[in-house]
Design a protein around this ligand. Structure first.
Ligand code: PHE
Ligand code: ZN
Length: 516
């Protein structure tokens, strides 16, 4: 075994080559799968003096054929990829690889579950399908052709809109440029629940939920949830869906909750299937929340994606915040908040004070799959929630609008997101950025001397501190949001009666520990 090597955030370099188009062709067999990728590469105009060589990621691939502009290229196979040399500035690479989904037990790349083919490409799964620039800042338009035995695999799915479908073959075209981690393919004998949603601009979207046949009776709630998610994102954020079809596939073998592949979400079946006779209230709420979460990624993650994997919380923190708001708007806001804060304080605070502690934006990783954590997701959502508290709903919406205006179709950073929030509101977030870069839960102290309040913290972070003041009968005298910054800050409440009581950190307005 070679020693695992760490990757550092500060080493980020844009890719020397970018990709115009990716045309994939899959021939699915029982003992092997052939993947042909025809990819149009071009030198990145933003890189000065780019080299005429290119390294493509690849893992567990058997190279069958390789051509550049129709000719044998100068290349070298490495154990983690393919080195191409003496390249022109613009070229079409055609590679055929043989892979083995039928024996792939990694739940990454193309694999089989209950006899059906499916994929998982986030974070680094696409390199197990073909040699490619497997990084989130290389976006391209994908065409995917699938051929398979019609009797065994009548349903053939991939991202985008369906171009052509005949028994045994289907071609999909996704017009939205995307990084390869959002690629998906499904082939199998599945039942489908169908519906439609008409967007506020009048486009009709076909909605499809694919499951194993015996589960079709348990899909109704998931479909209703999906329609609620479409409607809510239009209502609250003004965000509409952007393809003709939206598909969800439930599979039994899946590492996480679900995956937001463009137009073709793949779900762990426990977040789709609900037996109305046995499912509890919280089962239903969780299904609705995960369906919402993956749908909301269509804008926060897919239309605007991450420059590199250190920015994971850019999409996950923001999308968890959005799914929390979805549940809060549709159900009981206070119960949702109490549930989330309880989970944060027991699980994320523990993670943050133990050997696995890491900042919301980590500085290095060895295995990216180990960074899908409570800190990146849940603390990341708290950090977004603090921005929301500081700016208010209207200010937050202004910031998000600017974010989408500026970065739609691009791969960006957490700094870009905060910068958009900052510019749209003329609010200085410089002292806020420690929330992204520092691990651990800050302990704050609040001292009261005759209603002159002194708040102190270990470092100098900016955060919102919601409070209320009650009289001795329990009636509210005053409430608001204090903005804490610097190591120590004084707030004067001496206008209030001497025997009043303060209620601090309402709504858990910052992920801190309060020490009296
Ligand atoms: N991106 C998925 C989500 O949150 C989670 C996931 C990560 C799934 C990695 C599979 C692999 O919504
Ligand atoms: Zn997510």
């Amino acid at each position: 075994m070679s020693k695992p090597e760490a990757i550092y955030r500060q080493d980020y370099q844009p890719s020397d080559y970018l990709i115009h188009t990716t045309e994939l062709s899959f021939e699915l067999f029982e003992n092997e799968t052939l993947v042909t990728a025809k990819v149009h590469y071009y030198q990145n105009p933003k890189v000065k003096n780019p080299p005429n060589s290119l390294f493509l990621n690849g893992k567990n691939l058997e190279l069958i054929e390789i051509l550049i502009d129709g000719f044998q290229p100068d290349y070298q196979l490495k154990n983690d990829g393919l080195q191409l040399k003496n390249l022109p500035a613009d070229f079409v690479l055609e590679i055929t690889t043989k892979i083995h989904p039928e024996t792939n037990t990694s739940l990454n790349g193309l694999y089989k579950t209950s006899g059906n083919f499916c994929t998982q490409c986030e974070a680094h799964g696409f390199r197990q399908i073909t040699y490619y620039l497997d990084r989130p800042d290389v976006l391209s338009v994908f065409t995917t052709r699938i051929t398979a035995d019609f009797k065994r695999y009548p349903i053939l799915l991939s991202n985008g809109n369906l171009l052509e479908n005949q028994p045994g073959t289907a071609t999909w075209f996704d017009p939205h440029p995307k990084p390869c981690y959002l690629f998906a393919l499904v082939a199998g004998d599945l039942a489908v629940l169908q519906d439609t949603f008409t967007t506020k601009s009048g486009a009709e979207v076909a909605l499809k939920i694919y499951v194993e046949k015996h589960n079709i009776s348990k899909t109704k709630f998931a479909m209703e949830s999906l329609k609620r998610a479409f409607a809510w994102d239009e209502r609250r954020f003004g965000l509409e869906y952007d393809l003709e079809i939206y598909m969800i596939v439930a599979v039994d073998d899946f590492n996480m909750g679900a995956m937001e592949n463009k137009g073709l979400n793949i779900f762990n079946s426990k977040y789709v299937l609900a037996n109305p006779d046995t499912a509890t209230d919280s089962d239903f709420i969780n299904i609705e929340a995960v369906i919402g979460h993956e749908y909301f990624h269509n804008w926060t993650g897919n239309r605007v994606t991450c420059q590199d994997w250190f920015q994971l919380s850019l999409k996950e923190g923001l999308t968890v915040f959005r799914d929390q708001e979805f549940t809060s708007d549709l159900h009981a806001r206070s119960i949702k908040r109490i549930t989330d804060v309880k989970a944060l304080r027991t699980l994320q605070f523990a993670e943050d004070s133990g050997p696995m502690a890491h900042p919301v934006r980590p500085e290095s990783y060895i295995e990216m799959n180990n960074f899908y954590t409570m800190t990146v997701y849940e603390k990341g959502a708290e950090v977004v929630r603090m921005i929301h508290t500081l700016l208010g709903e209207a200010g937050f919406q202004r910031g998000l609008k600017l974010y989408f205006q500026r970065y739609d179709g691009q791969a960006v950073t957490i700094d870009d997101f905060v910068e958009a929030m900052s510019e749209a509101n003329n609010f200085d977030f410089a002292d806020f950025m420690a929330w992204y870069s520092t691990s651990g839960t800050p302990q704050i102290r609040i001292k009261n001397s005759a209603n002159k309040i002194t708040i102190s913290q270990p470092d100098e972070r900016l955060f919102p501190l919601k409070y209320g003041v009650l009289d001795c009968e329990g009636s509210e005298l005053e409430s608001g949001v204090l903005i804490m910054k610097g190591k120590q800050k004084q707030f004067d409440f001496s206008h209030l009666p001497a025997d009043c009581r303060f209620s601090w950190l309402r709504d858990f307005s910052a992920p801190v520990k309060l020490k009296p």
